[in-house]
Design a protein around this ligand. Structure first.
Ligand code: ADP
Ligand code: MG
Length: 274
């Protein structure tokens, strides 16, 4: 097995696209699992009230457990909300509970409402680093909207990973996402960069999939990963077993392609800093 290089400092990704069903959650959990399976320390933060990332990682997310809601609204330290994933030792997750659905409104009246996540996360990362347990990757799974939860994720991150589904309307709505990211860069987080675009649900047999892929690559030559994620039944059924496809069916095409995507991400990051 290949070993991916560890980054010089913690890389924090937000997986975003305001369209639903494009593969955000699938990408967040599978990239996280693929990185962690190489021994890298990875924290997934589920910031979507649906809690799909928590489910896919086999993490309990009933309203009784500590969650990202408590971190954002009740000032709970991240440390107290982090749960261990059952399948991979170096993979942890802060789950999302359904309470989070109300947080979008509750955040409005809080002090530093756009900075709640970044403050809590920085404190946690420092604590881990001081304990000699540096986190290599943080991957934040966003809801399909550009509200305050997503803004908190953009402010906490250094990098945006945009999954794009290879279908006719793929580029529609992308300009809105880019505009919002520009606003965040201007007013809240100048360090944020769109580092990575991943083409998902790719079907090489159709002209449409290839056409969309070519268009996206022409627009974002430096961001689009070389590997594309194929449509795969294994990928879509893994979450119902509380697993990622990386552990559920390690030799499937879906697992192979997500592992390759994770490897590209790991190598690119090191190249950028070198
Ligand atoms: P989002 O988080 O953007 O809403 P999801 O990751 O939940 O999107 O994906 C939407 C649906 O598509 C889910 O049912 C998921 O299992 C399925 N899916 C995602 N990627 C693939 C893929 N490569 N092949 C087959 N099904 C996929
Ligand atoms: Mg999702």
């Amino acid at each position: 097995a290949t070993t991916f290089p560890a980054p010089d400092s913690t890389r924090i990704f937000t997986v975003a696209n305001q369209k639903g069903g494009v593969g955000k959650t699938t990408t967040a959990v599978n990239i996280a699992a693929a990185l962690a399976a190489q021994g890298l320390k990875v924290l997934v933060i589920d910031i979507d009230p649906q809690g799909n990332a928590s489910t896919a990682l086999g993490i309990e997310h009933s309203t009784e457990v500590n969650s990202i809601y408590d971190v954002l609204i009740e000032d709970l330290p991240v440390f107290e909300a982090v749960a261990q994933c059952p399948d991979i030792e170096t993979l942890t997750c802060v789950p999302a509970t359904i309470d989070l659905a109300g947080a979008e409104i509750e955040l409005v009246s809080l002090v530093a409402r756009e900075q709640r996540l970044v403050r809590a996360l920085r404190a946690y990362l420092k604590e881990r680093e001081d304990a000699g347990e540096r986190v290599d990757y943080v991957i934040i799974d966003c809801p399909p909207s550009l509200g305050l939860l997503t803004v908190n994720a953009f402010v906490a991150a250094n990098e945006v990973l945009i999954p794009i589904q290879c279908e006719y309307y793929a580029l529609e709505g992308l300009s809105q996402l880019l505009k919002n990211i520009q606003l965040i860069q201007k007013h809240l987080n100048p360090a944020l960069e769109i580092s990575t675009i991943l083409l998902t649900m790719f079907d090489g047999r159709t002209n449409l999939s290839r056409q969309v892929a070519d268009d996206v690559r022409a627009h974002f030559p430096n961001q689009v990963l070389e590997v594309t994620i194929p449509r795969s039944v294994r990928i879509s059924e893994a979450p119902s077993y509380g697993q990622t496809v990386i552990t559920y069916e390690p030799s499937s095409s879906g697992a192979l392609s997500y592992r390759e995507a994770a490897e590209e991400i790991a190598h690119r990051g090191v190249a950028d800093h070198g």
